[in-house]
Design a binder for this molecule. Structure first.
Ligand code: FNR
Length: 341
């Protein structure tokens, strides 16, 4: 099978796998406030995440790496939708384009289509500082994501097995790159221990990439003759992971993993995230209904977010942080057993 065909199959599997009917964001009820005091049209979505100035807390999270005309088209359309709606966008892993210059156009198109937008580069934690610089330069990135995906690698027959140099790689990139560096999971979530260790080596931005949406155990298991299905539900659900990551260090926390709409995004911000990424659900709209539908969907998510802000009297996304909420179910159990302060 050609590399580009494999990539497209991977996308189909990522979008097509069964989603659990219950999402851990359903364990969280924001407490309604009846006395609205804002003008809907004055509510701003402008957000700050450390050094990053964002016109919305929402961003398209990393997808579609590798070469081929189809992946280039997907990136072009995602970039146009990001431009038209003023949201940020992370590209998929650039590792293969660093090794194969003919694949660079898959990524370069993102900057070409969106010269003024906030764009995140993306590499794996096997990347050297030089490779990270190359990835960032390829798209004149505003920030760099380093993804960590240990379980996905372990399920992939051809995946990496030696992780001994990952921590030092991350540290070298964080110390050497002149851009914000976001360490990100891909759907397994980050614990408070992980957040602490990353903080200790100098990381100031993380994307918890929690469980609840795209599930790479399921995706990779589909390709195995004898799957490791016992790991299909491994990982920290996204709301629990935000609580974990926010429980101690002074980190800028992006939330992602299973965010379905603007209300889930608002909940992530209430829990203390500074922004939220959506991957699978946005790509699904693009693939099934096209670019205009995706633009409409993003506007709709913005409307939902503003509605939640209006109801909570938050005139900016930042003001959502710490608004009253009630947890139930597994997320409550998680909070009681894990969050001590
Ligand atoms: C991804 N994701 C991803 N992440 C990353 O850091 N580098 C990558 O190359 C990819 N590739 C990729 C391809 C496809 C088709 C999907 C759907 C996802 C993971 C993504 O950024 C995100 O962390 C997870 O998908 C969880 O978010 P959602 O999909 O539940 O919103």
């Amino acid at each position: 099978m050609s590399r580009s065909k494999r990539k497209i199959d991977h996308i189909r599997h990522a979008l097509g796998h069964e989603r659990a009917p219950y999402n851990h964001f359903d364990d969280m009820n924001i407490v309604h406030q009846s006395l609205a005091r804002l003008d809907f049209n004055q509510i701003t979505l402008t957000a700050e995440a450390g050094e990053l100035k964002l016109s919305s807390p929402l961003f398209v999270n990393a997808m579609t790496g590798g070469g081929g005309e189809k992946t280039r088209e997907i990136n072009r359309d995602l970039a146009i939708a990001a431009r038209e709606t003023g949201i940020g966008m992370a590209v998929g892993s650039q590792m293969s384009a660093i090794k194969r210059p003919e694949e660079r156009s898959t990524y370069e198109v993102v900057r070409e289509m969106n010269p003024e937008g906030v764009v995140f580069a993306n590499v794996g934690s096997e990347a050297s500082l030089q490779q990270a610089e190359e990835a960032a330069n390829m798209i004149e990135a505003n920030a760099l994501q380093i993804h960590i995906n240990t379980l996905q690698e372990l399920i992939m027959p051809e995946g990496d097995r030696d992780f001994t140099s990952r921590m030092s790689n991350i540290q070298k990139i964080v110390n050497g790159l002149d851009l914000p560096v976001v360490v990100k999971e891909v759907g397994y979530g980050m614990s408070m221990e992980t957040a602490q260790t990353l903080y200790d080596i100098g990381v100031r931005y993380i994307d918890v990439g929690g469980r609840g949406g795209t599930n790479f155990s399921r995706v990779e298991n589909l390709r195995r003759e004898k799957p490791f299905s016992s790991f299909n539900n491994w990982g920290i659900p996204t709301p629990a992971s935000i609580l974990e990551a926010r429980s101690s260090q002074d980190l800028h926390v992006f939330a992602s993993g299973g965010i379905r709409h603007g209300l889930d995004g608002a909940k992530a911000l209430v829990l203390g995230a500074c922004g939220f990424g959506m991957a699978g659900s946005l790509l699904k709209v693009l693939m099934e209904e096209g670019r205009e539908a995706l633009i409409e969907e993003i506007h709709h998510i913005h409307q939902e977010l503003k509605m939640a802000m209006m109801l909570l009297n938050a005139s900016s996304p930042e003001e959502l942080s710490g608004k009253p909420y009630v947890l139930t179910g597994e997320t409550k159990a998680w909070q009681e057993q894990r969050i001590t302060n």
